[in-house]
Design a protein around this ligand. Structure first.
Ligand code: ZN
Length: 274
């Protein structure tokens, strides 16, 4: 499922192939992916227009249009942006045709996700209850300590909450918790200030490193550092890249969480032990 680093990869693709060239034609192969607009109106709005600037917020991607407003992509569980020259990739739902040679396809196998036109990014984010982007430079550890609040839900569920902080999904919450040495099922209430600050610093470092390396949650994971969980999670009998212990799983919020039972702690047990 595309997360912040994946969408950063798509943002680069859009910047490389989609900017400052007139959109020659728009093909909508499946109108169900469009948000509140007919294929005819969507194509008419974009044909002859130009995309000028790309902006990513959490898992959402926006491109400012010369005519005003923004083109918006959300990638759901299986969406991606793929450049192509000759033949469209499989599962292309919306295709932007540019003057030769390179075109852009929004592909999506499972059809969860959305493509549409948005008048104003800030208003869109507010209407959809989307919190600040996880890499927003204005965020501070003190903000994060307070934002986590006194919720009794697990830290894994809190980090996946896009209203709290936008960009993390199932894979990168596992990576952040692995790098921070914290079990995914620990309730937020059990985390003191120093744990919260450590989580925030780790979260920023993990996302920034993945973006810097051009890695994503399922694509290009071989570009990630050797000792990262994301390189092995999900595989049968996967072992911890740090200590070699067989990884364990938990179901949280309907998703499978992978963790190392040896490297990741539960602060409540630490306290009980001494
Ligand atoms: Zn381990």
């Amino acid at each position: 499922m595309p997360e912040l680093p994946d969408v950063a990869v798509f943002a680069r693709i859009l910047e490389q192939h989609g900017l400052a060239r007139p959109i020659a034609a728009v093909a909508v192969h499946d109108a169900r992916i469009l948000a509140d607009i007919t294929p005819e109106a969507f194509a008419a709005a974009l044909e002859g227009d130009q995309l000028q600037q790309v902006r990513r917020h959490g898992k959402h991607l926006f491109a400012a249009r010369a005519r005003g407003g923004f083109l918006h992509f959300h990638f759901g569980m299986t969406g991606a942006l793929e450049p192509f020259e000759a033949s469209e990739p499989p599962y292309s739902r919306v295709v932007l045709h540019f003057p030769e040679p390179c075109h852009l396809a929004y592909v999506n196998v499972r059809m969860l996700g959305e493509v549409g036109l948005v008048a104003d990014v800030a208003a869109f984010l507010e209407a959809h209850g989307i919190g600040p982007d996880a890499l927003d430079p204005a965020l501070t550890p003190a903000w994060f300590v307070a934002a986590l609040g006194r919720s009794r839900r697990s830290i894994k569920a809190a980090l996946m909450d896009q209203g709290l902080i936008a960009g993390l999904g199932n894979v990168y919450t596992d990576e952040v918790l692995f790098q921070a040495g914290l079990r995914p099922d620990v309730p937020v209430t059990a985390l003191d200030r120093s744990w919260r600050e450590r989580l925030f610093v780790t979260l920023r470092a993990v996302l920034a490193e993945a973006v810097r390396r051009g890695a994503a949650s399922e694509r290009f994971t071989e570009r990630l550092p050797e000792d990262w969980l994301t390189r092995v999670r999900g595989r049968k009998d996967a072992r911890c890249p740090r200590c070699g212990t067989t990884l364990a799983t938990l179901r949280i919020g309907g998703r499978t969480s992978w963790y190392c039972p040896r490297c990741q702690q539960d602060p409540r047990q630490e306290k009980a032990a001494g």
